[in-house]
Design a binder for this molecule. Structure first.
Ligand SMILES: [Zn+2]
Length: 198
């Protein structure tokens, strides 16, 4: 019978994506054996994240400042807005400096299965940004999954009537492909060859 502390930590870790109760328990035991090294590093890193990181009030990126470094960077093209599902996708696109505009993080994708509705995503905030003016192009950089594409179509419909060009990533994205997992070459090709939403 494990102590309450271990149970609490195991329960917290098992809620992380990709970790079930068994692997969470293994991780806890692994950390306890390395209290002075790995455990201490983890505690410090978690504290630093908790203290330093905030969500950008404009685009939804996670950074040490609000607005984030990208939204605050005047060298970036404010007329081009790239819409992504998750912060991880923004980072994947931005790692290689593939796109010189700004971003908008939806916070997920529409999903009947998981009960994710339009109002659960930051779609209204996206429309407000476009409505505020100064945006010429909206790039829909959703994952090449069914739910990603459903989300892209929904947003394209909502943007109808606004004076913006709507483009999406070129196919060449593997079907079912998630941006976060793509190599930079594939991603670069997809964004360079982006095309109007039909
Ligand atoms: Zn931002």
């Amino acid at each position: 019978m494990a102590s309450q502390e271990i149970e609490t930590l195991t329960a917290a870790l098992s809620r992380l994506p990709g970790l079930g109760p068994r692997s969470a328990r293994r991780a806890v035991l692994w950390l306890i054996k390395r209290r002075e090294t790995s455990l201490l590093q983890l505690v410090d890193a978690l504290a630093a994240v908790r203290e330093a990181l905030v969500e950008c009030g404009i685009c939804g990126n996670i950074d040490t400042t609000n607005p984030c470094g990208i939204c605050a960077d005047s060298r970036r093209d404010a007329a081009s807005l790239c819409v992504v599902e998750e912060v991880a996708d923004l980072w994947a696109l931005d790692r290689a400096r593939l796109f010189n505009g700004r971003y908008h993080v939806l916070g997920g994708r529409l999903s009947a299965l998981d009960g994710v509705r339009p109002e659960d995503l930051s779609i209204d905030r996206l429309l407000q940004r476009v409505e505020a003016g100064g945006v010429d192009e909206v790039v829909l950089a959703m994952n090449a999954t069914l739910e990603g594409q459903t989300t892209a179509h929904y947003i394209a419909e909502r943007l109808e009537g606004f004076p913006v060009r709507i483009t999406q990533l070129a196919h060449g994205l593997p079907v079912g492909g998630e941006l976060d997992y793509l190599d930079e070459g594939t991603l670069a090709q997809a964004i360079r060859a982006r095309r109007p939403v039909s």
